[in-house]
Design a protein around this ligand. Structure first.
Ligand code: SF4
Ligand code: SF4
Length: 326
């Protein structure tokens, strides 16, 4: 992959130039750091990872899957104009790649696919963990970006990751100077973000350690909303009262942490307790997704720990169980 030198002083003019041709989204500090559309580089804040991941720009919080009128179905796909995301961390890039496995494989979700096709992803490498709860370096993350910006003293080393990234450089050539300098292996990992002792937790399922802190879980679902990889959803139909032959089928985010999510016909609930639902979330992140897709779902962003209202640190829980089992 070709590499380029990009002068730090050129970031503002580059952002302004890109924003004239694309919808450009980047992290901006408001009440928290959030991805928002920007027209210049002034407002961009790269000092910490965004509070919310970019998931909602692809897997929308609410979505009309199709509308119906009698037996006629229409598929209302909102056409998303070409857009660029700047400043996406490695954890969130990998999270999107994991959501691709769910939404892009046959039969595929045309709504999600259209958003993905319209988007260029520019990564920003973390030189140090932006939060004490980051553990991305324990998660075997891959390169899934179109371009990656790696901060150096006074400049960025930029690596191409895809044809889309290559085309963006081709469209804005004055900002990129080809260089022989290559990314080193340590430029693909963040030192100090390797706090999870193991991702293989199959043998820990019945350990008492789950109960100790999982009892503090409120089942609020904040962890799943903030998680860049969680993709639980529910589907419901809405009909027009004035004409019950017309309506729509809708999808909206849900959470495995909510009791209703596990309630099925006959009022059976197969994960009754909060600690059962808590443990299920961690097993889906580390075990069940890997059994199906051969990759761990969690990417180690640490949001579910940082923003849990009762501060349940499941990485610490696993580490303690591993230590007491050995
Ligand atoms: S683990 Fe924390 S954030 Fe998640 S549902 Fe429980 S209390 Fe809420
Ligand atoms: S499970 Fe937690 S640490 Fe892992 S990707 Fe989701 S929010 Fe981040």
């Amino acid at each position: 992959m070709a590499a380029y030198r990009f002068e730090e002083s050129q970031l503002d003019p580059f952002i302004s130039a890109v924003a004239k041709r694309y919808h450009l989204f980047a992290p901006v500090r408001t009440d928290a750091v959030r991805f928002q559309e920007v027209s210049d580089g002034e407002a961009i804040d790269l000092s910490e990872n965004s509070y919310l991941p970019i998931k909602e720009f692809f897997f929308a919080k609410q979505h009309v899957l199709f509308a119906f009128h009698g037996a006629n179905l229409t598929l209302p796909i909102d056409l998303v104009e070409p857009r660029v995301f700047f400043g996406v961390r490695r954890c969130d890039l990998n999270a999107l790649a994991h959501q691709d496995l769910v939404f892009m494989q046959e039969p595929g979700d045309p709504h999600y696919a259209q958003r993905r096709e319209a988007s260029v992803l520019i990564g920003y490498h973390c030189l140090e963990p932006p939060s004490p709860h980051c553990f991305c370096s324990s998660m075997n993350l891959q390169d899934c970006q179109d371009l990656m910006f790696v901060p150096r003293e006074g400049y960025f080393l930029v690596e191409e990751g895809s044809e889309r990234g290559k085309r963006l450089i081709h469209d804005f050539p004055r900002y990129f100077r080809e260089t022989e300098e290559a990314l080193r292996e340590e430029d693909r990992r963040t030192p100090g973000a390797d706090g999870l002792a193991t991702t293989d937790i199959a043998a820990l399922y019945d350990e008492e350690g789950w109960g100790e802190r999982a009892r503090d879980c409120l089942s609020c679902g904040a962890c799943t909303v903030l998680c860049p990889t969680c993709y639980c959803y529910e589907i419901h139909d809405e009909v027009e009262l004035a004409d019950v032959h017309r309506g729509s089928r809708n999808r909206c985010w849900s959470s495995c942490q909510l009791k209703e999510f596990s309630r099925v016909a006959g009022d059976q609930c197969f994960r009754e307790s909060r600690s059962d639902r808590f443990r299920h979330r961690i097993y889906h992140q580390l075990e069940y997704f890997r059994e199906r897709y051969n990759v761990t779902l969690c990417t180690g962003c640490g949001r579910c720990i940082s923003y849990c209202p009762t501060r349940i640190d499941w990485v610490d829980m696993i580490n303690r169980m591993v230590a007491s089992a050995s």
